[in-house]
Design a protein around this ligand. Structure first.
Ligand SMILES: *Cc1c(COP(=O)(O)O)cnc(C)c1O
Length: 407
């Protein structure tokens, strides 16, 4: 059994790292509060519109606040966006038309968007609609500058797409410094190339957003970092005003764009989620940092190590075989708040090729800013652990999961 002493030593050992992330949390909290004050968030903003949704003051304020915090000109923050995948698809299909080239420079993108791009056959995909697609792998965890330059020179891409977090890959996440360097490089070759970023799981992990280092668009889900476990559903896209307009006309209707879309009763949740997000992201970082150290101490390979730099909230745990993997995911479910009696079995999920095991005993279905753990059931049997609204609940689950592994 994992002892109290072991936990205390781990907490001691992680103190400096925790302090580092407390500082980041402080900076991001100031950003959020300043934006709330700049736009005078008031109780009446919670009152959403119905019907067409014209003149939804709270909704429009939320989008100005998002733009302010993340350094964009405009934003779409809407409940109509169902998931991160939906937000990414809306973004790409809003800005890429027939014969335009889409160049992905962070390796094969996240599983669930394969069909929407057409990496996996679908008659409605972007590729089926005539866009040109090319993909370049990362090179030892950084961008393959040479190949990117060659590809741009061969045929100018309309959009370059970067996925920062790791998805179900074994690579590292892409930090803001690497983002800054690649943006300079690309814009130096041609400043008209649109740089669009899948920002899922990276929000508030560092103190800067990709838009602040020159990217044109960022996109993510509100049942991850920025919803803080409070927002029931939604997604965001932030960036250049003209592009946000194109994307809003794809999401809604040409000519109407962002003017429509009733917020119903969602404004309060979206604001409250954003308000809590820096702290919740901090708690989830502390959870995976302590998990990283404790699991390493108990003989498992982990990435990143507890003291390595992070730019997303995800921890990879190499569990060596299917048995351990299923056991670990089940422990996370067992020590979650909701549906703790559920037994997790590997199953097919829409958008994924392998069978998936997924623990998400969460208040919001599928919410992975709440403590959650998922994995494709395939070698090398890596569990992807993320989230936790509070550090204490995270720690309780990790301790017990390790105990069950040791049984
Ligand atoms: C979660 C995630 C997405 C989107 O997933 P949804 O489940 O559709 O919200 C996209 N990219 C990355 C890297 C992600 O982590």
């Amino acid at each position: 059994m994992i002892t109290k002493k072991e936990i205390n030593e781990a907490l001691n050992q992680t103190k400096d790292i925790f302090n580092y992330y407390d500082d980041i949390c402080f900076m991001n909290s100031e950003k959020v509060l300043n934006a709330f004050h700049k736009y005078n968030v008031s109780y009446s903003d919670f009152e959403g519109t119905t019907g067409y949704g014209y003149s939804d003051i709270g909704r429009d304020k939320i989008e100005r606040i998002y733009s302010e915090i993340f350094g964009g000109e405009d934003a779409i923050v809407r409940k109509e966006i169902v998931s991160g995948t939906h937000a990414i698809y809306i973004m790409l299909s809003g800005i890429i038309k027939q014969k335009d080239k889409l160049l992905v420079i962070s390796g094969t993108p996240y599983d669930t968007i394969h069909e929407s791009i057409g990496i996996k056959e679908n008659k409605n995909s972007l590729i089926s609609n005539g866009i040109i697609y090319e993909e370049i792998d990362l090179l030892s965890n950084d961008f393959d500058y040479e190949k990117i330059k060659l590809s741009i020179e061969k045929e100018l891409p309309k959009v370059i797409y970067i996925q920062r977090s790791i998805g179900y890959s074994l690579r590292e996440s892409i930090d803001i410094l690497k983002m800054e360097q690649i943006v300079k490089f690309i814009k130096n070759i041609n400043k008209n190339i649109i740089i669009a970023v899948d920002n899922c799981y990276t929000e508030f992990v560092e103190s800067k957003s990709p838009l602040e280092v020159g990217c044109d668009l960022i996109v993510g889900s509100l049942i991850k970092n920025l919803g803080a476990g409070i927002v029931p559903s939604g997604g965001y896209i932030i960036g250049r005003k003209d592009l946000i307009n194109d994307i809003s006309e794809r999401l809604y209707v040409p000519g109407l764009g962002k003017e429509i879309g009733p917020s119903l009763n969602m404004n309060k949740y979206i604001l409250q989620g954003l308000y809590n997000a820096p702290s919740v992201v901090n708690n989830s970082l502390k959870t995976v940092i302590i998990a990283s150290l404790l699991l390493e101490n108990n003989g498992f390979k982990v990435e990143p190590k507890y003291n390595e730099k992070r730019s997303d909230i995800v921890e990879k745990i190499y569990l060596e075989n299917a048995d351990n993997l299923i056991k670990f995911v089940n422990s996370i479910q067992k020590y979650s708040a909701i549906d703790s009696n559920f037994k997790i079995i590997p199953d097919d999920m829409p958008g994924y090729d392998s069978k998936i095991v997924m623990a998400s005993g969460s208040f919001i279905t599928g919410s992975s800013i709440e403590l959650s753990c998922d994995a494709p059931l395939r070698a090398p049997f890596v569990a992807y652990l993320q989230g936790s609204i509070t550090f204490e609940y995270g720690l309780i689950a990790i301790m017990n999961a390790i105990n069950e592994l040791k049984k």
